[in-house]
Design a protein around this ligand. Structure first.
Ligand code: TYD
Ligand code: MG
Length: 455
């Protein structure tokens, strides 16, 4: 057995310890000791790097390096292409995070089956039969898709190298383990060691690697933040499990922008790309009810019209209830406080519930104006016309602030047949009304909204 020197190192102060302890003997912090490899036998090192080619690296002048535009592997999935910035760059390490059951394995298996490349799909989570069952549901076929149910990272990489694959998919990093560490798979040291190994593999063999990573309860990718630093691209798959829509976001991308998002719908036959999101998040009902209005938002670079719904009803208990789905609860409180103070509307005695259609989460502040409209509409029980939409951020003193890419929002609303769009006065400057069929109305304060719509 080769000699490997290991130690437990405190992640807070760096003190070494030969055995695991709950409390660091040096700085007194709890739960900070992490197992690490200090040195390895060289023979073992050679064996371990079977996939490596001997090559000595020398410093090179930047001016001498020729940039051969690395061809990207372009996928048939346009949404995935979009978030990756136009396809998979060779030698890149891509991390896909998301809550359990959101569809990470489905997305990558679908990729594996639709790509015209030789691919190795490594699963430490499911058996071959389970993967086959899933593949049958997706009903696509790739004769060059190989499945391996192995959890030893070294063996995985040896197989990938020996099989001369074009792409490697790992489901998931938390099930992989390095034989050189005693800690359990999924522990910080294992995740770090395995990711390091995958990164070296990707860089040296130029084979792109996709890695699925679990997410902790608070939405962080499990394992240290370090994991995100080590990879080239971080994608996050999100959505509400009770709804069919899923959003694929880029958190980090060394080869493209992080503004893009991909939208999918989970169906019984796998994930379907959604190329026209606006039409999905608008309600289908013909009748216009009070408490709802439409926001012209932008997620990533894509304009989306989303219906917002509010229910304001007299509170039975002493403390009114507030609940928001898809929107920040504190921001909702802020908007209600603005309406109380600026317009004298009595939200304090009312329960307030807010909901965004389709179960999606919106972070674009331009949705404020539609939310404020829905709140007033429900409180006063006056419905807002169905063909009206809103795009504006509401400030603390009740001013309607300008939003970015307003022309794109107007175009989208126009395309979908809306008749009026309310925007900030500051956005209104320089917009040519004659270019659009939609009427553009500008507002400077929330009081203007009350006057224009609710009187
Ligand atoms: P999965 O990819 O296993 O999620 P993750 O790997 O992120 O944990 O997706 C699981 C969910 O997707 C499961 O609840 C069933 C659903 N699903 C469909 O609705 N249709 C399908 O075709 C497939 C394969 C899964
Ligand atoms: Mg899975």
């Amino acid at each position: 057995m080769a000699k490997i020197k290991k130690a437990f190192i405190c992640s807070s102060c760096g003190a070494h310890s030969s055995k695991w302890e709950g409390k660091c003997h040096s700085c007194g912090e709890w739960n900070t000791l992490i197992e690490e490899i200090i040195s390895k036998d060289t023979k073992e090192e050679e064996k371990r790097n079977v996939w490596k080619e001997e090559k000595e690296l020398k410093p090179r002048k930047l001016s001498e390096i020729v940039f051969a535009d690395t061809p990207r592997i372009v996928l048939s999935d346009n949404e995935l292409n979009r978030v990756l910035g136009g396809g998979i760059v060779s030698g890149s390490l891509i991390l896909l995070g998301g809550h359990p059951g959101i569809g990470k394995s489905t997305l990558l298996l679908q990729l594996a089956l639709s790509i015209r490349k030789k691919l190795l799909y490594v699963s430490g989570e499911e058996s071959e039969q389970q993967i086959k069952m899933r593949a049958d549901r997706i009903s696509a076929e790739n004769k060059n898709c190989f499945i391996l149910t192995e959890t030893n990272v070294m063996k995985v990489l040896q197989q990938a190298k020996a099989g001369k694959v074009d792409l490697l998919v790992i489901d998931s990093i938390q099930t992989l383990s390095s034989p050189y560490l005693d800690s359990t798979p999924g522990s910080i040291s294992q995740v770090r060691e395995c990711t390091g190994e995958l990164q070296r593999f990707a860089k040296e063999t130029k084979i792109p690697v996709f890695v699925i990573g679990h997410i902790t309860k608070d939405g962080q990718i499990a394992g240290p933040k370090l994991l995100e630093h080590m990879v080239d691209v971080v994608l996050q798959f999100e959505g509400d499990r009770n709804h069919a829509y899923r959003i694929l976001r880029t958190i980090k991308n060394r080869f493209g922008s992080t503004d893009e998002i991909g939208i999918y719908e989970m169906q019984s036959t796998g994930l379907r790309e959604v190329s026209n999101p606006s039409e999905l998040f608008l309600s289908q009902s013909e009748e216009q009810l009070s408490g709802s209005s439409t926001a012209a938002t932008i997620e990533g670079l894509r304009p989306m019209l989303i219906e917002t719904q509010a229910l304001v009803s007299p509170s039975v208990y002493g403390t009114p209830q507030r609940s928001a789905t898809g929107f920040d609860l504190r921001r909702l409180s802020m908007l209600m406080a603005v309406l109380e103070k600026r317009c004298g509307l009595p939200f304090a005695q009312n329960d307030v519930f807010l909901n965004l259609a389709g179960g999606i989460k919106v972070t674009d502040p331009s949705i404020d104006l539609a939310i404020v409209t829905s709140l007033i509409s429900s409180l006063q029980d006056i419905s807002v016309g169905k063909k009206i939409c809103f795009a504006g951020e509401v400030g603390l003193s009740g001013e309607i602030r300008a939003v970015n890419r307003v022309e794109q929002r107007i175009q989208e609303a126009d395309r979908l047949g809306f008749e009026q769009i309310f925007i900030s006065k500051y956005n209104g400057k320089g917009i040519d009304q004659s270019k659009y069929d939609i009427e553009i109305v500008t507002l400077s304060k929330v009081e203007d909204l009350l006057r224009q719509i609710f009187t």
